[in-house]
Design a protein around this ligand. Structure first.
Ligand code: NAD
Length: 355
């Protein structure tokens, strides 16, 4: 396998690249624009592998995409590059429209033109896997429904609307041109190497710094959490064993209110980091502060992942409790990684890039 992965320097992409290099014999070409969310230091453990390659490419740049396809000759594409932070999409939607919609279109066209040059055997074996989110489905009413692969799209934020658009483009390229595509929609991920703006790392790092722990609204929004390495395993299963044209929902069966997540993190920090508690704080949870809710905030997401479990035999290995323990321990043991993100030095890293 020769896997071209977009966004491989991001949170989930880097977990997929590490998984592919450590557990398969695939050659991996990571193309990434290295926006603020791209971090070469998340790939330090594998960047010296002769099977890992990197090229700094914007997926909106068709000329560079054509060059990469022609030089690398991939057998599979895994498309993760995206603008991914909902709050940023509300403040400034432009980059979301550009990368998530136009970038996906540009990648689909580059892929299609390359795919058409392949011989019959390679064309049949080729796969394009688009990685998307459960946020395209909008939010769920009540407690007894789940998102399935046939739930109607009803995105709420500029982020989820741009991802929904990209999903439609991918399905259209399969239907119209016969491009062998696969699509996955996944719930909220958490785990090591998560950029500090997202809820779980934000809470851990603010707590360690003695800063307030902001919780939107009443904190009763429900998310379905999945450990990032379980997601990486699922994605590799889908791209290698999934059926062309199919969609698979991926989730962890871990529905938690945001406020529960914050309280659990505080109690894990009491267990692992009581000795480094900032001065003047009796308990980490004393730092919790409720803040004005995000506009259009979805109330509940929950995934029915029975199709991928039944058809591809994938199941999460981590429970929310075990995954969250690992995550808190990782942030405590990898201070240099996040300190370099917080002070901006990670942007200077050239790890894994050609001289
Ligand atoms: P991330 O923001 O951590 O990483 C995105 C990566 O894409 C970064 O490395 C960034 O530099 C790169 N990128 C952005 N614009 C680019 C462009 N124009 N050209 C090339 N590279 C570009 O995101 P993530 O959390 O790792 O998410 C990866 C994918 O998974 C996204 O498509 C996202 O929608 C999807 N997803 C995320 C979650 C989640 O909980 N994080 C859940 C479900 C699905």
């Amino acid at each position: 396998m020769k896997i071209l992965i977009t966004g491989g320097s991001g949170f989930i992409g880097s977990a997929v690249v590490r998984h592919l290099i450590e557990n398969t014999t695939a050659d991996v070409m990571n193309i990434d624009k290295l926006t603020y969310a791209g971090n070469q230091e998340s790939l330090a453990s594998i960047c010296r592998s002769p099977r890992y390659h990197f090229d700094r490419v914007d997926i909106c740049d068709r000329v560079s995409l054509d060059r990469v396809f022609s030089e690398f000759q991939p057998t599979h594409v895994m498309h993760l590059a995206a603008e991914s932070h909902v709050d940023r999409s509300i403040d400034k939607p432009d980059a979301f429209i550009e990368t998530n919609i136009f970038g996906t279109y540009s990648l689909l066209e580059a892929t299609r033109h390359y795919w058409c040059t392949l011989n019959e055997t390679k064309r049949v074996a080729f796969r394009f896997h688009h990685i998307s989110t459960d946020e395209v489905y909008g939010d769920l009413e009540g407690m007894d429904t789940l998102f399935t692969e046939t739930t109607s799209y009803a995105p709420s934020s500029p982020y989820s609307a741009s991802k929904a658009s990209s999903d439609h483009l991918v399905r259209a390229w399969q239907r119209t041109y016969g491009l062998p595509t696969l699509l996955t929609n996944c719930s909220n991920n958490y785990g090591p190497y998560h950029f500090p703006e997202k809820l779980i790392p934000h809470i851990i790092l603010n707590a360690l710094a003695g800063k307030s722990l902001p919780v939107y609204g009443d904190g009763h929004q429900i998310r379905d959490w999945l450990y990032v390495e379980d997601h990486a395993r699922a994605l590799v299963k889908v791209v290698t064993e999934g059926s062309v044209g199919e969609t698979y929902n991926i989730g962890g069966h871990n529905e938690k209110k945001n406020i529960e997540v914050v309280f659990t993190l505080c109690s894990l920090l009491e267990e692992f980091a009581a000795d480094v508690k900032p001065a003047g704080i009796a308990k980490y949870e004393d730092l919790i502060a409720f803040v004005k809710d995000r506009p259009g905030h979805d109330v509940r997401y929950a995934i029915d992942a029975s199709k991928i479990e039944r058809e591809l035999g994938w199941k999460p290995e981590e429970t929310f409790e075990s995954g969250l323990r690992k995550t808190v321990e990782w942030y405590l043991n990898n201070r240099e990684w996040w300190q370099r993100v917080l002070n901006g030095e990670y942007k200077l890293s050239r790890l894994g890039e050609k001289a």
